[in-house]
Design a protein around this ligand. Structure first.
Ligand SMILES: Cc1cc2nc3c(=O)[nH]c(=O)nc-3n(C[C@H](O)[C@H](O)[C@H](O)COP(=O)(O)OP(=O)(O)OC[C@H]3O[C@@H](n4cnc5c(N)ncnc54)[C@H](O)[C@@H]3O)c2cc1C
Length: 492
């Protein structure tokens, strides 16, 4: 039956669900609080610089192709993806790097140089990621886990694949050199997980990268968002911006629509929330309507880290050093720093960074001779009670000084445009509970059936898409959640 559907939020999850549900014949309206869609993938443009504010790496390009295919279009006609060369460089605390790319011979050469004994272990590790990918991604990522029996069915496979081990421990079973262990196990950080706690099922990302490559969008991720919004409206969907939802309206055990921040009431057969799940229950649904996700239950969950991200427009380029497009710069402390961030909720003075230099390969993102970059530092979420109004400036200065001393000489003199976000942005602008940039942590105990379900445990006609629900954060996870929502809602 053709349904009137309201989607709360125009992030990647909302846009993907909007496209799928419109293609299936439903009447879909997307309500996005900000002036542009994209959510975490919002784009800032100023003085000739283009900054993608969030995701930069596309690891499962086929998922976008599929989205366009079901809409009867070709993805290539809307935006261009290019494989990154190399995928990224991972620097240790002394500035030495491991270059990760599709070049197997070069990878083996670097591993041999670091520890000859790890070459065989690396090969066994990569072979072991295939069955993990086949189970974790192909079979489970696009399946709804609504019933405990769904979990019981997959439990033997999860045990067989050693999903109970952390990613770091799993990798350590194959590789001895500590720097290499970090290089092959840091991936959970891309989706908000601590490699020492996140399930080894995330070793599938190593496989995903190797099999399909690591891509970037020409012109930035913003081109993907523009293309998705265009496709959604071409299919008849209505995208409403500056449209903030203040409450989900409930009658009995059903949701019946939303009340907007300006007081307007919008009724619907079905509501799909792309806003963070914990935020949606906590802020948009009155406590008296919630039996399962009470405030206490939401508080008891473990949330991902937050981030400080510094966006810098420079009047010079840094193409002559070791930095490439994607750079992971690890500090001296690794496990201790992650423990401070994830478990102690303590803002440390030291940091590890992800430095993104998109204009290194796509010069149009900056004025001629200049460079657009962002530098990201994982920090504790707001459970730390850090006063960011005091902490932000010194933290920013420490990062700029570090980069200036070790990687980008003279950096501070060449900054012509600057913007910075901290956990307050993730909480107050993007509406993520505790400012956790990647929603709930991807722990085994908070995954699949244990993660908030794609169909609400509270209301049969409320659905969730995006990083807070199954399967989790990151572009592939968020796109997969839209596949599940479409399956559960069904065609018109
Ligand atoms: C800095 C950063 C870098 C990242 N890098 C990568 C990467 O390289 N590769 C990768 O795969 N993943 C990456 N990720 C993760 C990935 O970007 C996210 O998991 C994904 O974009 C989240 O999409 P979403 O649909 O869940 O939510 P969001 O993007 O958060 O969208 C939710 C939307 O809902 C809107 N909203 C919230 N409340 C309301 C309301 N009350 N009314 C109306 N609208 C509302 C928000 O404004 C927002 O637009 C990164 C994330 C960050 C933060």
């Amino acid at each position: 039956m053709r349904q009137t559907i309201l989607i709360i939020g125009g992030g990647l999850g909302g846009l993907a669900a909007g496209i799928r549900l419109s293609a299936k014949g439903h009447q879909v309206t997307m309500l996005e609080k900000r002036d542009k869609p994209g959510g975490k993938a919002y784009t800032y443009k100023t003085q000739g610089f283009t900054f993608d504010s969030g995701p930069t790496i596309v690891t499962a390009p086929f998922m976008f192709d599929e989205l366009w295919r079901i809409a009867g279009r070709r993805r290539e006609d809307y935006f261009t993806l290019e494989e990154c060369q190399p995928y990224y460089r991972i620097f240790d605390a002394k500035g030495r790097f491991f270059e990760y790319s599709a070049n197997e011979a070069e990878l083996v050469r670097q591993i041999r140089e670091l520890n000859p004994g790890d070459v065989a272990g690396y090969k066994r590790f990569m072979t072991s990621t295939k069955p993990i990918f086949e189970k974790g991604f192909v079979e489970l990522a696009e399946q709804p886990f609504l019933h405990f029996t769904d979990m019981l069915k997959v439990a033997p496979a999860l045990v067989r694949l050693k999903s109970y081990l952390s990613t770091y421990r799993y990798v350590s079973g194959f590789i001895k050199n500590d720097f290499l262990r970090r290089c092959f196990s840091f991936h959970p950080l891309f989706i908000g997980g601590n490699p020492f706690d996140a399930s080894s099922i995330y070793a599938m990302v190593d496989y995903l990268e190797r099999e399909w490559g690591v891509h970037h969008a020409v012109g930035g991720i913003g081109t993907i968002i523009t293309a998705m919004a265009k496709l959604f409206t071409e299919l008849g969907g209505s995208l409403q911006l500056n449209a903030e939802v203040a409450e989900i309206l409930v009658e009995g055990r059903k949701v019946v629509g939303v009340r907007m921040a300006d007081g307007q009431v919008r009724r619907a057969d079905t509501v799909v929330a792309n806003a963070d799940v914990a935020y949606t229950y906590h802020k948009l649904i009155a406590p008296r309507h919630r039996k399962h996700f009470t405030d206490a239950k939401l508080r008891s969950k473990r949330y991902s880290m937050s981030l400080v991200v510094l966006y810098l427009g420079l009047d010079r380029r840094y193409d002559d050093g070791d930095l490439v497009q994607h750079n992971v710069i690890l500090g001296k402390r690794y496990k201790g720093l992650l423990n401070d961030i994830f478990n102690r909720h303590h803002l440390s003075k030291d940091f590890s960074l992800y430095l993104h230099r998109p204009s290194h390969v796509d010069p149009k993102l900056a004025p001629k001779g200049g460079e657009a970059l962002y530098v990201l530092s994982p920090v504790p979420n707001l459970r730390s009670h850090t006063d960011w109004s005091q902490a932000a400036r010194p933290y920013r200065d420490a990062i700029v000084n570090f980069l200036e001393q070790h990687y980008m000489p003279g950096l501070s003199k060449h900054i012509v445009v600057e913007h910075m976000v901290d956990p307050r942005y993730y909480q107050d602008t993007l509406n993520n509970y505790l400012g956790a940039a990647f929603n709930m942590q991807p722990l085994l105990t908070q995954s699949a059936w244990f993660r908030p379900h794609n169909r609400s445990e509270e209301f049969a006609n409320l659905y969730f898409v995006g990083g807070g629900t199954h399967p989790g954060a990151g572009l592939p996870g968020v796109l997969a959640s839209a596949v599940i929502a479409e399956k559960l809602i069904g065609p018109a």
